[in-house]
Design a protein around this ligand. Structure first.
Ligand code: FAD
Length: 294
């Protein structure tokens, strides 16, 4: 089983995709349709987010296991420290190894129910993602990624402290970081510069999501923690009542962002798909990131 690092150091620009554990049978079918539609486009890797509670965690594990068994895709499991003792985390990581999963995105996670609620460490658990990075590394031959935040993590006092913590996570043994959503290419490039200025040369992958509907735009605002820049609002706001035009403009904006990132030497783009493939397929085709035969 190849690792994410092997796949992203291919010497050519590539893309990766992120899925979520399916909520029900219909969602599972939609997810697997998206996986099959993207498989032929040769994504560098695919990842599955880790749910907040028991049943969604089971669905994450089932999906990642099935990806490893039934596809040729390089897959990565997300794992969070929330509500897990160290013993439970060890079990999950051991299960990953048994399934042939070599790549883990090590995260702290958010308090269930209210992402900005009080963070309470499990009494036998871990405090920060950095601790989980060390644990995954110690337990096997894993390739490890971490999360990064172009505007700073909402709990961080300022960007400098946030970047210091990110670099600590990377130095604890992570191979790469994947960035939360952002609006302007410069917002991501500044994050990359802040990390490089601290002497850390780990790959930082931008997280992107085609803004196909006002709902997706609202999700981007929520996840990024940033307001829509005036430049982008001026292009999308007049189209909120015209679904087709909004989608076309939203896909254009994200394609332009990706083009700028590629021109700045970024060579991996990580797409948040929400288990749908069409917009991602459109953007990567426009960027010329798909194999000629696809
Ligand atoms: P940490 O790196 O531990 O950081 C948490 C906070 O603590 C930050 O403010 C940080 O600056 C601070 N901090 C870190 N280290 C220290 C230290 N040593 N001392 C003091 N302060 C410190 N959530 C899920 O539930 N499931 C997922 O699958 C998932 N996937 C994600 C994928 C990506 C690409 C991203 C960007 C986020 C994802 N998240 C997911 C959300 C993530 O779990 C939350 O944003 C969480 O609040 C932060 O996790 P972290 O791993 O960055 O935490």
């Amino acid at each position: 089983m190849t690792t994410v690092v092997e796949r992203i150091r291919s010497g050519r620009p590539v893309f990766s995709v992120e899925f979520m554990p399916p909520r029900d049978e219909a969602d599972e079918q939609r997810l697997w349709r998206a996986i099959r539609e993207l498989e032929g486009l040769d994504p560098a890797f695919v990842s599955v987010t880790y749910g907040a509670g028991g049943s969604s965690r089971d669905r994450t594990l089932r999906t990642t296991g099935r990806l490893a068994r039934e596809t040729d895709l390089c897959s990565m499991a997300h794992l969070t420290a929330v509500n897990h003792s160290v013993a439970e985390l060890r079990n999950v990581i051991g299960w990953f190894a048994e399934q042939g999963i070599r790549n883990v995105l090590a995260l702290r996670g958010d308090p269930p129910g209210d992402v900005m609620g009080e963070w309470v460490q499990h009494p036998q658990g871990l405090a920060y993602a950095e601790d989980l990075v060390r644990m995954v590394r110690d337990l096997g031959d894993f390739c490890v990624g971490v999360a990064a935040f172009p505007y700073g993590h909402p709990r961080s006092a300022d960007l400098d402290t946030d970047t210091d913590h990110l670099v600590r996570k990377l130095n604890a043994g992570a191979d790469f970081a994947i960035a939360q959503l952002f609006f302007e290419p410069e917002d991501f490039l500044r994050l990359r510069d802040r990390v490089a200025a601290r002497g850390c040369d780990a790959a930082i992958l931008p997280g992107v999501m085609p803004m196909t509907t006002p709902k997706v735009l609202a999700k981007t605002i929520e996840l990024s923690g940033s307001d829509v820049p005036a430049r982008i609002a001026a292009r999308l706001d007049p189209l909120v009542d015209d679904a087709k035009a909004f989608r076309a403009e939203g896909v254009d904006i994200v394609t332009e962002t990706c083009q700028r990132l590629l021109a700045e030497g970024v060579d991996v783009l990580h797409f948040y798909t929400f288990n749908r493939s069409k917009a991602t397929r459109e953007v990567v085709a426009r960027l010329g990131l798909v194999p000629a035969r696809a």
